[in-house]
Design a protein around this ligand. Structure first.
Ligand code: ADP
Length: 152
């Protein structure tokens, strides 16, 4: 059975912090599915279609990476698609506390789905989609926080 990890997030937008987590996790898995979570009642900042196309362009030469959109519980998506691992990135102790609660809750619901955490590269610790969004919203240049393929 192939070892697939789901990397869920809003990726609004996808940053070099996200890219680094995926690239570093690639040798650990047979494939990584980047899953853009959405909520029909909560509009994201960038259109879902753009977010998807941007991420696909970053990994166009990596056949092990696929990009999907999903609504609903992440663990339910994993179970219904035969995915046994959830990949998450950790920047700070605040991330840890947030991820711990979600990871343990997910495990309580579906013990066969394990969450795997990678620590961010130190130079990516301060990079967050919310801040990047704010820079773009106010006309600043956020290009150095975005993968080179993503030009907003
Ligand atoms: P969510 O809305 O689920 O928090 P995000 O798109 O903000 O989604 O993040 C998705 C995942 O990427 C999370 O595990 C988050 O901790 C991680 N992440 C976000 N920014 C970085 C970064 N700069 N370095 C490493 N991991 C990151």
């Amino acid at each position: 059975m192939s070892k697939i990890a789901l990397f869920p997030g809003s990726f609004d937008p996808f940053t070099i912090g996200h890219e680094s987590i995926v690239r570093r996790a690639l040798p650990l898995f047979d494939g990584i599915t980047i899953a853009i979570g959405y909520n029909t009642n909560k509009k994201g900042f960038f259109p879902l279609n753009d977010r998807m196309k941007w991420i696909e362009s970053v990994f166009q030469n990596d056949p092990k990476v696929t990009v999907v959109c999903y609504e609903g519980l992440t663990v339910d998506y994993c179970v219904s698609h035969g995915i046994s691992y959830i990949l998450r990135g950790l920047r700070t102790s605040a991330d840890f506390e947030y991820e711990r609660a979600i990871g343990q809750m997910n495990r309580a619901m579906h013990p066969k789905v394990e969450t795997v955490f990678l620590l961010t590269q130190p130079e990516h610790t301060f990079i967050a989609s919310t801040i990047v969004r704010d820079i773009i919203l106010h006309g600043g240049d956020a290009s150095r926080f975005l993968p080179s393929q993503i030009r907003i």
